[in-house]
Design a protein around this ligand. Sequence first.
Ligand code: HEC
Length: 144
Amino acid sequence: MKYKLILTLILSTVAFNASADKTNAIRLEQRYVTLANSINPSYSNASSVEGKVFFNRKFKLANGKEIACASCHTTNPANVGKNIVTGKSIQPLSPITNPKRFTDLEKVEDEFTKHCNDILGTDCLPSEKANFIAYLLTEYTPTK
Ligand code: HEC
């Protein structure tokens, strides 16, 4: 009995990894929704529409420059982006066009926080993160 449980666990891990791309993104979105909901009980669902607004919103940096997530990641997260600072290309953020995204959730959470601090000067709200992931999951088609 115990043996069978272990085997089931191993098998489900394999199955999980095979579809880690979207499944993991959805899991992380849910994690942020739960967090956001504990802060603001009226927030119960991630909004891809809000996520899109957030992605394109311009934030003022300390040096006065305005920058949006879209400045480097382009207005379509399914596209290959370009770092406006280094000029290097950035693989698509969308877990649908780039299956490597969201494979390691702990890493993504760390990167996300670091990133928000760089751009907004503070961490993003859990609701902003949930909305952002919801938006990523709606962009299937690269435009170039
Ligand atoms: C100055 C350019 C730049 C801007 C602006 C920018 N990013 Fe990024 N972003 C990067 C680079 C570079 C990487 C790392 C390269 C990679 O993972 O391919 C990255 C990676 C990420 C990841 C990767 C997570 C992972 O490890 O799979 C997420 C999520 C992300 N950015 C979200 C955002 C959000 C949200 C904003 C707006 C608040 C934003 N980015 C603005 C350049 C930028």
